[in-house]
Design a protein around this ligand. Structure first.
Ligand code: OGA
Ligand code: NI
Length: 370
């Protein structure tokens, strides 16, 4: 228990761990619901008729067409599965991944620990509250003005890899298994995520490890979203439409409540959970590298009247210093347009965090012509 060493370690941690932007403080939605479940404050109400979520679950026929990719076939080198992955990334930017090999206990362990955390009294959760200079910890993200319409959700965000980026002051100590659960889950998601990035490298016509190497250091963050029940689900959004600033995102959903929707051909398509499947979406980095050939799809989360929903998003993204721009070989013919400017990833990420999440606003800002 050498406290001297501990102090040195803490200093070292602070010295190398970057901050990722900030968000204005807003009320805790879970507490709003607890104190008055039948009322939604004005700041959360969507004004624009077109943006209001509709009950798409029964009407949308595209839902059943969301691609499913079998990870075990990819790892056994099946060419057809690689072709399916290529199509899924081009046409959808989005797929359900089955047979990924992550043990059910590991998935469940993460879910149980997170559920327990969100059940704690707010004073306890606030022990790991975000501070004004970072978006790690318990709080909210992408709140940039007092006027914007707010999302009906609370969150807990932690950077897990590289391990020297960890800020342990934001890691819950209750429930005591949280650390172990997020660690066990993240090791597995890292393994699967790195493999997926290798396959994306292949479908882009590159060496298997080329994309991973371009990250300099693969950064991994885990975001647990908590969407409390909402008495006005048709006038409120759990998470506003956005695309992810990551290379790829791997999302675990709950089995029995639908909330995630993706925008396809102008329609909002609900992503019905497949038990034990992980949902994968292409992020902005792959969209830019591929010059728009692979789509970082716009998505959002709706709320439910009767119950809360949790989701667990792992973002994999490059080191701050990586310069991201379309690969030459992805700009189709010599005369074709380069759709995106060169951007330092750290700047791209922080600019995005300063903008309210709004559809494809992040990648639009990176485009060469508006
Ligand atoms: C996200 C996200 C969707 C969901 O966290 O970026 O899109 O279903 N979440 O919670
Ligand atoms: Ni997202």
């Amino acid at each position: 228990m050498g406290s001297y060493t501990d102090v040195a370690l803490i200093h070292e941690e602070v010295a190398v761990a970057p901050t990722f932007g900030s968000s204005l403080p807003v009320p805790n939605v879970q507490e709003i619901v607890k104190s008055d479940p039948l009322h939604v404050p004005e700041r959360y109400l969507i004004k624009n008729q077109e943006d209001m979520p509709k009950d798409a679950d029964h009407t949308c026929n595209l839902s059943s067409e969301i691609p499913t990719i079998d990870f075990s076939l990819l790892s056994r080198g099946h060419k057809e599965e690689l072709t399916k992955l290529d199509l899924a990334c081009k046409e959808w930017g989005f797929f359900q991944m089955v047979n990924h090999g992550v043990a059910t206990e590991v998935l469940q362990g993460m879910k149980d620990a997170a559920a327990k955390f969100f059940e704690l009294p707010v004073e306890e959760k606030n022990k790991v509250a975000m501070t004004s200079d970072d978006i790690q910890g318990y709080g909210h993200a992408y709140v940039v003005s007092e006027e914007q319409i707010l999302d009906w959700s609370d969150l807990l965000f932690l950077i897990v890899y590289p391990s020297q980026y960890r800020k342990l002051k934001f890691w819950p100590t209750t429930p005591e298994e949280y650390k172990e659960a997020i660690e066990a889950y993240s090791i597995e998601v890292k393994r699967v995520g790195e493999e997926l990035i290798r396959y994306i490298s292949l479908i882009m016509g590159m060496e298997k490890d080329a994309l991973l190497a371009l990250h300099q250091e693969l950064v991994q963050g885990v975001l647990v979203n908590y969407y409390p029940p909402c008495c006005m689900p048709d006038k409120v959004l759990g998470k506003s439409p956005h695309s992810d600033t990551s290379t790829i995102t791997i999302l675990m959903q709950e089995d029995n409540v639908t909330g995630l929707q993706i925008r396809k051909e102008g329609e909002w398509v609900p992503v019905k959970p497949i038990p034990n499947a992980l949902v994968v979406n292409v992020g902005d980095v792959v969209e830019i590298w591929s010059n728009g050939k692979y789509k970082s799809i716009e998505h959002r989360a709706v709320t439910t009247e009767s119950r809360a929903r949790l989701s667990y998003a792992t973002f994999l993204f490059p080191h701050d210093d990586v310069e991201v721009e379309p690969f030459d070989h992805m700009v189709e013919s010599p005369g074709s347009l380069r759709m995106y400017k060169k951007v330092r990833y750290g700047d791209y990420l922080r600019q995005s965090l300063k903008r309210k999440m709004e559809g494809k606003a992040h990648t639009d800002a990176a485009k060469t012509a508006s």
